[in-house]
Design a protein around this ligand. Structure first.
Ligand SMILES: *Cc1c(COP(=O)(O)O)cnc(C)c1O
Length: 492
């Protein structure tokens, strides 16, 4: 009997064509196109057929579903056309949150991407000569300007230092910069170019894993360089490097210990000792800075994070760093250093495979221009770093004042924001946090509800409390946070 009833139910279902032609869907067909509306109708029909086949729907339920058919198609359409990648509100207080896309771009970068990407550009075209050009030139002059201070010092040092192993001309002592896809690619390219088939000396205390399977020993292997570990996990001396140097040595490598610190009985040579050793032995010294700050973090009370300028000034031949960490720009890998060494990388076919897209050049140029103008607050990540606890506290208070408490309790407490992205792992920035409590709801449930909000709000959960840090929330998003909190308060 059941099968007969089922076939009757199936017969009630309209054909996809019929539904698509219905006036209720005319607007959707006009705006989204016939094809996707048909797909959505088919998906809804398939769902209904499945439910009927499973015996889950009787005649009344099928009639009900048919009455709401157009609405179901609209829902299906919205769902199938929704972007997967979408904006979220970062209320974690982690400024360079890798899972949330690291540095948000400055407005000028977004404008410049729009302006140049929507049409053709002179990406690799020299407008004066009408000949093929190089994409690097759009950024190299800005990097040179920003790193000029280090160049000036270096050439002075060169002039005095006659024992220099490499009799460079003024030209080759200048700093130049190339761009690849990310810093992992920068390290791979540099190692492959400078040390394929030869030994690279690294301290055991710096054989780090950055996350996302980027491990220095693995990258070294892929590059064709041979890892020569020296020292121990906690202590490496300059003499360890010295002893390891032999005919097969191609490079000395220093790696920034991102996302961890070794404390206690530790030692590693000063950077100046390493540059001295590299110079006397005629070997290049490369430093993987990871974050690579162009902005002096000491001005916001963070010491011990090496800057790009510090390293170049000390005489490191090459530094590699990310575009979307402390630089505050788009994802990219930058290699800055000795012109002769960088020129070799440019000639490596890996460079072609790892090169950055035009959107990246557009965004990086805008970011660097903000540095040239000393307009650090234009760069969101830097602006967030520079916010004081008082600034954040005032915004948090304003938000709480507008909340009619309902079921939600909100307390303002002192706390800490972190930079993230492997930068300054042990430094924190004092902040004010909104701590949320709700009766009969765990912190995880509250956090889940905040993530389900549109736009999703990502909070921190600590000791069964939900904490919101407005440092990483754009002021223009405060209203959305308030709305979400109101919705939480009014829930019963
Ligand atoms: C982050 C980091 C990397 C990887 O940089 P990506 O831009 O994420 O590819 C490499 N080395 C160090 C020391 C880092 O901190």
């Amino acid at each position: 009997m059941k099968t007969v009833a089922q076939s009757d139910l199936f017969r009630k279902l309209p054909s996809a064509d019929e539904v698509v032609r219905s006036p209720a869907l005319a607007l959707s067909v006009a705006t989204e196109g016939h094809a996707v509306v048909t797909d959505a109708v088919r998906a809804v029909l398939a769902g209904l057929r499945h439910e009927i086949a499973m015996g889950r729907l009787g005649e009344a339920e099928v009639d009900l579903a048919l009455a709401g058919f157009d609405a179901a198609v609209e829902r299906q359409l919205r769902q199938s056309l929704a972007y997967s990648l979408r904006p979220v509100i970062n209320a974690t207080g982690v400024i360079l949150h890798t899972n949330l896309g690291r540095a948000p771009l400055l407005d000028a970068a977004i404008d410049q991407i729009r302006r140049t990407a929507a049409t053709y550009s002179n990406l690799e075209f020299d407008l004066e000569s009408g000949q093929r050009g190089k994409r690097d030139i759009h950024l190299d002059h800005l990097f040179q300007r920003l790193l000029a201070e280090s160049m000036a010092r270096e050439s002075k040092a060169d002039a005095k230092d006659e024992t220099k192993s490499d009799p460079s001309t003024a030209e080759s002592s200048a700093i130049t910069t190339i761009v690849v896809n990310n810093n992992a690619a920068a390290v791979l390219l540099a190692l492959n170019t400078l040390a394929e088939g030869s030994e690279v000396i690294v301290s055991r205390g710096e054989l780090v894993e950055i996350g996302g399977s980027f491990r220095i020993p693995d990258v070294m292997g892929k590059s064709g360089a041979i890892l020569r570990e020296v020292g121990t996990t906690n202590r490496t001396r300059i003499a360890d490097y010295e002893r390891a140097i032999n005919d097969r040595t191609g490079l000395l490598l220093r790696v920034h210990r991102s996302n961890f610190e070794i404390s206690g009985f530790t030692e590693r040579p000063l950077l100046a000792e390493l540059t001295g050793l590299a110079r006397t032995r005629g070997l290049p010294l490369m430093e993987d800075l990871g974050s690579g700050a162009l902005f002096d973090l000491r001005s916001i009370g963070i010491a011990g994070e090496p800057g790009i300028l510090d390293s170049l000034r000390t005489g490191v031949d090459l530094v590699t760093y990310s575009g979307d960490k402390l630089l505050g720009g788009p994802q990219a890998g930058l290699i800055s250093g000795r012109r002769d060494l960088v020129a070799r990388m440019r000639g490596n076919c890996l460079f072609r495979a790892l090169r950055a897209d035009k959107l990246i050049y557009a965004a990086l140029e805008a970011t660097l221009l903000a540095y040239v103008k000393r307009d650090h607050d234009a760069i969101p990540a830097l602006r967030m770093m520079r916010l004081s606890k008082e600034d954040i506290g005032r915004r948090a208070e304003a938000l709480v004042a507008k909340l009619i408490s309902g079921g939600l309790e909100v307390e303002l407490i002192d706390g800490e924001s972190v930079i993230g992205g492997g930068a300054a792992p042990s430094s924190v920035l004092p902040t004010r946090l909104l701590a949320l409590f709700r009766k009969n709801m765990s912190a995880d449930e509250i956090a889940t509800r905040l993530r389900a909000y549109d736009p999703p709000i990502v909070a921190r959960v600590e000791e069964d409390r939900v904490l919101l840090d407005l440092r990483t929330v754009f002021e223009s998003q405060d209203e959305a946070v308030l709305k979400a909190l109101k919705a939480l308060a009014e829930m019963n």
